[in-house]
Each structure stands twice: as structure tokens, then as C-alpha cells.
Unconditional design. Structure first.
Length: 511
């Protein structure tokens, strides 16, 4: 039997010109030749973008590589700094501090994860905190940074990093990239949408300048409201506020008075937490809070009191419902970015979820026939991803000894999903941590936050006992020394950024 030729998608319309819209447009422009598929991006000149997604995770390097973005140009255009992880304050107890680093702790030994040896050694009381076995944590604490070099077994070969950047400049940068490669950019409001009578698919978008846009595939990057996916297609939303009660933020940029730290700071307060993101030209600050426990005015006042330097703009207020759309892909519409859902900004996962949605779209790229199995697969993968990230975020609130406010008492005593409960029990009883379904956060991340927030493992891997305690001690000491010596050779973070603009000193893998 002869197969029908697939009906190729010839026109994709993206609604929204925030980070989600422009990241999607830039990738489509790179991957799809203009003659093969036209891409149109429509953004409202009146409706502002959220412009707060300024901290990333290392996966963004892959995104830049796919677009073949020159990293030094990217740093310059977006006023970026480097990021080696996140420093958490006051989460388990007021006054405590721990670091969630990128990269790994120590090195696996005799086919066992490093942390089991460290757990055994900790029981003797004869070891340092786990941070001392992370190059990223140690370098961050000393404000040092460099890209990885080709230096054999040295931990300098495997430095893992991300960026902090100006969200507005990032969107502008990607807009230039996409438009240069043929994306049609329309500044207008989508005011009406028509559906096909036979199957309820989106037929056309109507703009306030009189234009009608008809495409085969529609990407909804319109932000929290989900203009197409929710307001038109009524897809529904799964609300996770009971697990992650922070639903509001106030953001305010200020002058930098504390220097270019190569890490984000997350500082818990009585009803949420505050971020500090250092950029080359300013610091991004935001206070995240649960509106059930804190008033907007109180949050704004607290943020203004706590920022380190002169404010550079007015306060930007944001509000969301934590959770995800029941389906990110519904009929011929895919929601990418905040329209697909939002957890909360604690671990900088928003931009990554956009990147991952784009990757899934490419893998499951449809024809005009829109195979339901592709759509189901996309939605199932998206759900898994959100659920795994959700569990990791809940950990930051649940694993606390704080009882000093109604908010922290709620978090400490709340029910958590079974999936998280199982993970915590496994670690507490056996010291084991497994990365499920290729989830975003790996063993290092789970260990960093569990240990940082006071969760103790009662046992370690039994095969650790194959090594004599003196040998374990010797190896741990060696790893600690190597990391310390490597960090000592690293340049200062600001110095490294300056070098990136002046010559090729810091090219990746420059050795
Ligand atoms: C408080 C907070 C902090 C965050 N921090 C981080 C972080 O540190 N790291 C991270 O990775 N992520 C973070 N995020 C998430 C990140 O900001 C978003 O994922 C990212 O900015 C994408 O937003 P968006 O493009 O989906 O939506 P938006 O920025 O809201 O853009 C929506 C676009 O849709 C357009 N639009 C809306 N309606 C219409 C219409 N009718 N017609 C035409 N156009 C329309 C608007 O004009 C706009 O261009 C944070 C989010 C919040 C709320």
C-alpha cells in the first residue's frame, strides 16, 4: 500500500516576545530553512514581558551551542556574569548557609558514588563538610571563575557553569538573531482567534492592526495567562500551590556594592525568600513570598530595606499560581514558557523548561496531520519533567527546622508527594540517591540540598567497607588537596569576565 506523503508544516506562528517567544523563534530560525517553513512572531507593544528570568543552569550552554552563539559576544550583549551554583541562607535554620554547586562532589571510587565514602568518614567525625569536595563551591566562595581547561584528571577539566544575564537584553539578543535569519516580527495585539469547525484546532489569529495570521502550528508564549492554550482552548491547569505556596514576587534592580559573585544567592525570610543575581551593570533582586502569609506592601518594604545599593527602577510586581497546564500541547497549539506552567524561581528552572520544550518540539516535530501519539508523548514527558522539578523545589521548604513563622510551620508540616517521600526515605535509610527518569537535578543537587538542609543518612553503601578506613581517609584528603590547589590557580571572576572581552584568553577548552 502506498503511504500518503506527510503534509509538512509550512507556517508557525508564535504569540509572545518574552524569553520563551524569542528562544523558540531563534531555534526555529536556526533549524528550519525559510523556504521549508515560515516563522512569524507576534508580540504586543503594550503587554510587558515578565523580564525576571536572569539566572540559568548549565544546560543553557547546550542551547547556545545549538544556536552557534559566540559565548563572549553573548556575555557582552547581555551583561552576563558566570554562575557556579546557588548559595542558600536561612532555609533549614535562621543563620545557616549552604551551597548548591554545579558539577560533582569528589570523584566516584571503586565504582561507588563519592558521597558514600564521605558519609562513612563523617560518622567518625573526622571529615570536612561536603562543600570542600566541590570545586564549584570552593571557587564560588572565593569569587573565582574560569571555564574548563584541558587538564587531564584535574577538576579544572570539568568545571560546569551557567550564567546570570539581563532578561531584557537576552530577549533583544535573540530577537536580532531570529529576525536576521528570517523570522517575521509583528508588533500588534492578538485580539481574536478563530477555530476550525470540524476539529476545534486553531484556524487564525486576528490582530488589532487588522491583520489575519493563519498558520499550521501555533506556539503560545503569551505568559501566565496562556492566551491560546487556556483562554481559547480551555486546556485546564493543575494547581500545586499546596506544595509550593509562594505565589508572588516583587523585583527591583539596584547598584552593585558587593561585587561580582559567581553565584546566585537565595536568602529565606519569614514568608518566602529573596534572590540576588549579580550582573555586570546592576544586581537583580527579588523577594518571593506566599500571599497567604505576607502582604504585598510588607514584601515591597522588606525588599527595599534589604537591597545592597541604590534602586535603579520601580518595583516590578508579579503573581502566579504554581502548577502546570494539563496539556502543554493541545491540538495544533503548544504552550512554551509561563503559559505552560510555572513552579517558582528558586532553582532557576524557567528558562530550562523553555529550552527543553523546544528540544521536545524538534524531536516530535509534527506534520499537518498532528499524530496524537506525538502529542501524548510530548505531554507525558513534560509532566514528568515538571513533577521531578516540583519535588526538588518542595524539598527546600519541607526540610526545615524553622518554626518562627506561620509560613515555615506550614512548610515543615505539609504533606509531600509520595515520589518525594520515597526519595527522602531512601536517602535517610541507606544513603542512596538515584536520578529518576533522567530528571533535571542529579545526585549532586539532591545531596547538596538534603545535606544542606539537615537531612541525615543513617547508613552508607555497604561496599564502602571494602576499603580500610585509613585508605578512605587518605583518598578524601587527597581529593580535598587537589581541589584546594586547583581553586588557588583560578582567576578572580571579574578579572575573567574582563579577559573575555579583551582577547581569547578564556576560550572554552583553551588549556
Ligand atoms: C518572579 C520570577 C522570577 C523568575 N526567575 C527566573 C530565573 O532566575 N531563571 C529562570 O530560568 N527563569 C526564571 N523565571 C521564569 C522566566 O522569567 C520565564 O520562564 C521567562 O521569562 C519566559 O517568560 P514568557 O516569555 O513565557 O512570558 P512573558 O515574559 O510574560 O512574555 C509574554 C509575551 O506575550 C506577549 N503577549 C501577551 N498577550 C499578548 C497578546 N494578546 N497579543 C500579542 N502578544 C501578547 C507579551 O507582550 C509578551 O511579549 C522567573 C519567573 C518569575 C515570575
Amino acid at each position: 500500500m502506498q503511504q500518503t506523503a506527510p503534509k509538512a508544516i509550512q507556517h508557525i506562528a508564535i504569540v509572545g516576545g518574552g524569553s520563551a517567544g524569542w528562544m523558540t523563534a531563534a531555534t526555529l530560525a536556526k533549524v528550519l530553512p525559510k523556504e521549508f517553513c515560515k516563522v512569524t512572531l507576534i508580540e504586543s507593544p503594550q503587554i510587558k514581558t515578565v523580564s525576571v528570568g536572569e539566572a540559568s543552569i548549565p544546560q543553557i550552554q547546550l542551547f547556545n551551542r545549538i544556536l552557534e552563539i559566540d559565548e563572549n559576544e553573548f556575555l557582552q550583549r547581555t551583561k552576563a556574569t558566570f554562575k557556579l551554583g546557588i548559595e542558600f541562607h536561612n532555609f533549614a535554620r535562621e543563620g545557616d548557609c549552604y551551597f548548591h554547586p554545579f558539577g560533582s562532589y569528589g570523584t566516584n571510587m571503586d565504582a561507588l558514588p563519592f558521597h558514600h565514602f564521605w558519609l562513612k568518614q563523617s560518622q567518625t567525625g573526622n571529615t570536612l563538610d561536603i562543600e570542600n569536595y566541590s570545586l564549584a563551591a570552593l571557587a564560588a566562595r572565593q569569587n573565582k571563575f574560569q571555564r574548563p581547561t584541558n587538564s587531564g584528571n584535574s577538576p579544572l577539566s570539568s568545571i560546569n557553569y551557567a550564567f546570570h544575564f539581563d532578561a531584557k537584553l537576552y530577549a533583544d539578543f535573540l530577537q536580532d538573531y531570529a529576525v536576521k535569519r528570517g523570522v517575521q516580527h509583528i508588533e500588534a495585539n492578538v485580539t481574536n482567534v478563530s477555530l476550525k469547525a470540524d476539529n476545534g484546532f486553531i484556524d487564525s489569529l486576528f490582530l488589532n492592526d487588522g491583520q489575519k495570521i493563519t498558520a499550521d502550528l501555533y506556539i503560545d508564549c503569551s505568559g501566565f495567562k496562556g492566551l491560546l492554550i487556556e483562554q481559547v482552548l480551555k486546556t485546564g491547569f493543575e494547581d500545586w500551590s499546596h506544595y509550593l505556596p509562594c505565589d508572588s514576587a516583587v523585583a527591583l534592580a539596584c547598584k552593585n556594592t558587593l561585587g561580582l559573585t559567581p553565584y546566585t544567592q537565595a536568602i529565606a525570610h519569614q514568608s518566602g525568600w529573596r534572590w540576588r543575581i549579580p550582573l555586570q551593570h546592576r544586581v537583580g533582586n527579588g523577594l518571593v513570598y506566599a500571599s497567604e502569609f505576607m502582604q504585598h506592601q510588607q514584601a515591597s518594604k522588606l525588599l527595599q530595606e534589604e537591597i545592597e545599593g541604590q534602586a535603579l527602577a520601580d518595583i516590578n510586581s508579579l503573581k502566579w499560581t504554581t502548577g502546570m497546564r494539563n496539556k502543554s500541547w493541545n491540538k495544533n497549539c503548544i504552550a512554551i514558557g509561563l503559559s505552560a506552567g510555572f513552579l517558582e524561581p528558586m532553582e532557576s528552572t524557567g528558562l530550562h523548561l523553555i529550552q527543553s520544550a523546544i528540544a521536545k518540539l524538534m524531536t516530535l516535530f509534527p506534520t499537518k496531520e498532528f499524530a496524537q501519539c506525538d502529542i501524548d508523548s510530548y505531554n507525558a514527558q513534560t509532566r514528568k519533567e515538571f513533577v521531578n522539578i516540583r519535588d526538588f523545589l518542595i524539598l527546600h521548604y519541607k526540610a526545615t527546622e524553622r518554626e518562627d513563622s506561620e509560613f515555615w510551620r506550614y512548610c515543615k508540616n505539609m504533606q509531600v508527594p509520595d515520589s518525594l517521600h520515597e526519595k527522602l526515605t531512601m536517602y535517610q535509610e541507606t544513603g542512596r540517591i538515584f536520578r529518576q527518569d533522567n530528571e533535571l537535578f542529579n545526585e549532586t543537587s539532591w545531596l547538596a540540598v538534603m545535606h544542606g538542609q539537615g537531612i541525615k543518612a543513617n547508613r552508607y553503601h555497604p561496599l564502602v567497607d571494602r576499603l580500610e578506613p585509613s585508605e578512605i581517609s587518605r583518598r578524601l584528603q587527597h581529593i580535598e588537596d587537589v581541589i584546594k590547589r586547583s581553586v588557588a590557580t583560578m582567576p578572580d571572576h571579574s578579572h575573567f569576565i574582563n579577559q573575555c572581552f579583551s582577547n581569547n584568553f578564556c576560550d572554552i577548552q583553551s588549556g
